[in-house]
Design a protein around this ligand. Structure first.
Ligand code: NI
Length: 174
């Protein structure tokens, strides 16, 4: 399976709205597998179709257990046409993005969310998420609408370059 090229900020495709998937087929499953491999290679915890130049509403997420010290189990998701149908609370946290390498900033996100989607078997799924998984899902779903995390930073003074040694410490590079 090939590692795909990750588009960088400035590429107009990162600003476009991705289109809904009608039905999951083998080519989409293959794309999801390639996206997982690309995300793990980067490394990152989430990746959205537009980041690899595919303007379709597909995201992959892999958050290791206790990634944010929040006691959450390991979470692996591939979601098609994901949609946030419920959200509660507001929490600030630092994010990074594989399309904006080397930068971080503090982003307000909903604390808990419910996401409706279809899985790679074309089955409807509902995911309840909190902690880092909720943050990564919101970050990835934003990518499907052409939104980058820097757009959501409210306190611009929190935007800062990431020292190399801190790369691993950043909670979300997605
Ligand atoms: Ni990102």
């Amino acid at each position: 399976m090939p590692i795909l090229d990750i588009l960088l900020e400035g590429d107009p495709r990162l600003r476009q709205k991705a289109i809904r998937v009608r039905s999951v087929d083998d080519s989409l499953r293959k794309l999801a597998a390639d996206m997982f491999e690309t995300m793990h290679d980067a490394p990152g915890v989430g990746l959205a179709g537009p980041q690899v130049g595919v303007m379709r509403r597909l995201i992959v997420v892999h958050v290791p257990a206790d990634h944010g010290d929040d006691g959450e189990p390991e979470t692996t998701l591939a979601l098609v046409n994901p949609e946030i149908v419920r959200s509660n609370g507001r929490v600030l946290g630092y994010e990074g993005c594989l399309s904006i390498p080397g930068w971080t900033g503090e982003v307000p996100r909903s604390e808990t969310i419910t996401v409706k989607a279809i899985d790679l078997d074309n089955k409807p799924v509902r995911i309840k998420a909190k902690g880092w998984v909720a943050r990564v899902l919101q970050h990835e779903i934003d990518h499907l609408d052409g939104i980058l995390f820097l757009d959501r930073v409210e306190d611009k003074s929190t935007i800062q370059p990431l020292p190399d040694e801190a790369e691993e410490a950043v909670a979300v590079e997605a």
